[in-house]
Design a binder for this molecule. Structure first.
Ligand code: HEC
Length: 166
């Protein structure tokens, strides 16, 4: 990087130095322009260097953020405290209603009032992995939805239930 900067800089400087011998003395004032340009370029190169440094810093930060995200994900999986957007919440409510989950389960946020299955409100015995497994495979009177809902929809439901149950 330093060698490159010197190479770039040396071009306008050499040009500026060559100017006076070729040009008549009258043109002398014009000399200031390229000289200034080289200063400007100098500044530009420095700016660029700073920017590159900034980009590197940012890359490091992004890496750090990614690491953090991975950590957060692990924590989420353990504590199941994922946070859904309003849209995702709404989508989950729709799936919950469309597949009649509420006919068998109490869950106020999704207007579920059924008592065939355990209430999801007040249910502290679940985590996301458990819900995913139950909803995918079913159990006893609980039908499995594995063939009807996608893995993403089931995962969304699981996160939603963990977040919205009261
Ligand atoms: C026909 C009634 C019925 C429907 C419809 C139904 N479930 Fe269930 N569900 C049950 C029953 C019964 C259980 C208890 C199964 C067992 O442990 O034997 C259960 C268990 C569960 C559990 C585990 C709760 C616990 O504490 O054991 C979750 C979570 C769940 N259902 C979510 C859903 C979702 C989400 C839907 C909709 C996609 C749904 N259920 C649809 C009857 C139903």
């Amino acid at each position: 990087m330093a060698a490159l900067a010197v190479a770039i800089l040396s071009v306008p400087v050499a040009g500026a130095l060559a100017m006076p011998s070729d040009e008549p003395v009258v043109e002398q004032p014009a000399m200031e322009e390229p000289a200034m340009e080289s200063v400007v370029e100098d500044q530009a190169t420095e700016d660029q260097a700073t920017e590159e440094q900034a980009t590197e810093d940012q890359a490091t930060e992004e890496q750090a953020t990614e690491d953090q995200a991975t950590e957060e994900q692990v924590t989420e999986e353990q504590a199941a405290t994922a946070s859904l957007s309003d849209e995702q919440m709404e989508e989950a409510r729709t799936i919950f209603a469309n597949w009649s989950c509420g006919a068998c389960h109490v869950m106020g946020d999704a207007n579920g009032t059924g008592h065939i299955g355990p209430s999801l409100d007040g249910n502290n015995a679940m985590d996301e992995a458990f819900i995913i497994s139950r909803v995918t495979n079913g159990q006893g009177a609980m039908p499995g939805f594995g063939g009807q809902l996608t893995d993403e929809e089931i995962a969304l439901l699981a996160t939603y239930i963990m977040e919205a149950k009261r």
